[in-house]
Design a protein around this ligand. Structure first.
Ligand code: 8YV
Length: 315
């Protein structure tokens, strides 16, 4: 049987490369020096795209592959895939939900604990000898028993909530509608009201055009100088300019961020702040989860080319 040709948009861990190359003829887009030329050359052969959540597949890429049938995303977020272009051409799209949910929630909660208790600074305090020369580390803020708001109570938000219950926190959430599986949490429809009523605001929304900058100046102001924003979703959910100026001016207490506009480059203003915890978009980055994500990317492609139902279809 001839192997289908696929376009690989970004690198995967070594353990994924071998099985991918065994099952498909793989064209490595990310290695091409002249990407436009590369797409012109290989585009007509491509029947599948294997991409990553943050890389997606834009309209130009999709349209350069006239025989494209499926886009398989390594990630739960598919906001970087041009769904309209895919739909218009009858192209299927899959993602990797569920397998990463708990790891993403773990990192979000870890970020909250770490920043609230000042653990990065405390580590520095030990290493640079301040403990011996300056004495006790400055007191930090408690987590347990305080108020957490969750913006987007989907799979990841729900796992965050489960973990926060272990810290005896008072929980509330916003979503398009109240969820029947969250009767023990307070539903607050308006994100500004949600932010006004919590100390820690988790952003766990699937990003789309409708959620762009949903955390804007008003939400940030409502969270206030004692509040902490934790983003484990997508940068586009937050108005980064409003966030930066609020952090710089002390109108927002602090922010723990795993995602940034234009990542992996980020606005250098973040680096000058000491009220932030900055993480390199690695909430799903455990060996166990990444192995499961890689397998799901391949299994969706293989199912499609074998004429079987997709495991985790988006469209
Ligand atoms: C990335 C993610 O895909 O699940 C998502 O939506 O953003 C991540 O899991 C990951 O960084 C791998 O590229």
């Amino acid at each position: 049987m001839t192997k289908p040709h696929i376009l690989q948009v970004g690198p995967y861990p070594d353990w994924d490369e071998k099985p991918l190359n065994e099952a498909f003829v793989v064209h490595r887009y990310f290695e091409a020096a002249d990407k436009e030329r590369f797409l012109q050359d290989v585009g007509p052969h491509i029947r599948g795209i294997a991409t990553r959540g943050e890389l997606g597949a834009g309209r130009a890429m999709i349209q350069s592959c006239p025989n494209l049938e499926i886009i398989s995303v390594y990630g739960v977020g598919y906001d970087a895939v041009d769904l309209d272009a895919a739909r218009a051409a009858g192209i299927r799209v899959t993602n990797t939900p569920d397998v990463l949910t708990s790891d993403v929630a773990d990192l979000g909660v870890a970020m909250m604990l770490n920043l609230s208790r000042g653990m990065i600074g405390a580590e520095r305090w030990v290493r640079d000898g301040s403990w011996a020369t300056r004495g006790l580390y400055p007191l930090q803020r408690r987590v347990w028993g305080r108020r957490a708001g969750i913006l987007g109570l989907g799979r990841i938000g729900f796992e965050v909530a489960k973990r926060l219950k272990g810290f005896d926190m008072q929980l509330s959430y916003s979503d398009v509608a109240a969820k029947d599986y969250a009767s023990d949490m307070q539903f607050v429809a308006d994100p500004v009201a949600l932010a006004a009523g919590c100390d820690f605001l988790f952003v766990t929304l699937a990003a789309s055009a409708a959620t762009r900058h949903i955390v804007g100046r008003q939400v940030i102001e409502a969270l206030g100088p004692e509040g902490m924003l934790i983003n484990i979703s997508r940068a586009s959910n937050i108005d980064e300019e409003a966030l930066l100026s609020a952090l710089e001016e002390g109108r927002l207490g602090s922010a723990a961020l795993d995602v940034f506009e234009g990542e992996p480059k980020l606005n250098p203003r973040f680096l000058a702040l000491d009220n932030v915890l900055l993480q390199p978009h690695h909430a799903s980055g455990t060996i166990e989860t990444r192995q499961a994500m890689g397998k799901l990317v391949r299994d969706n492609l293989s199912a499609h080319f074998a004429g079987q139902p997709l495991l985790t279809p988006v469209i």
